[in-house]
Design a protein around this ligand. Structure first.
Ligand code: FES
Length: 64
């Protein structure tokens, strides 16, 4: 599960998202977190088809 690839254009995995989220300051909302994860991993900058999956993954990581 951890190494599942979420963004196929940029080869961003669950682990990459998790790591990007845990480095640095705590973010209070999912969209701010998305921006940070995108800056660090370039996820969702290709076809954009993974956007919902990335957002889902971020909210899952942040809310547990
Ligand atoms: S799969 Fe993420 S941008 Fe295409």
């Amino acid at each position: 599960m951890e190494n599942i690839e979420i963004c196929h254009c940029k080869h961003v995995t669950y682990n990459d998202v998790d790591k990007a989220l845990h480095e640095g300051e705590r973010l209070e909302d999912v969209l701010a977190a998305f921006k940070k994860v995108q800056d660090e991993t370039a996820c969702s900058t290709g076809c954009g088809g993974c956007y919902n999956d990335i957002v889902d993954t971020i909210s899952r990581i942040m809310h547990y």
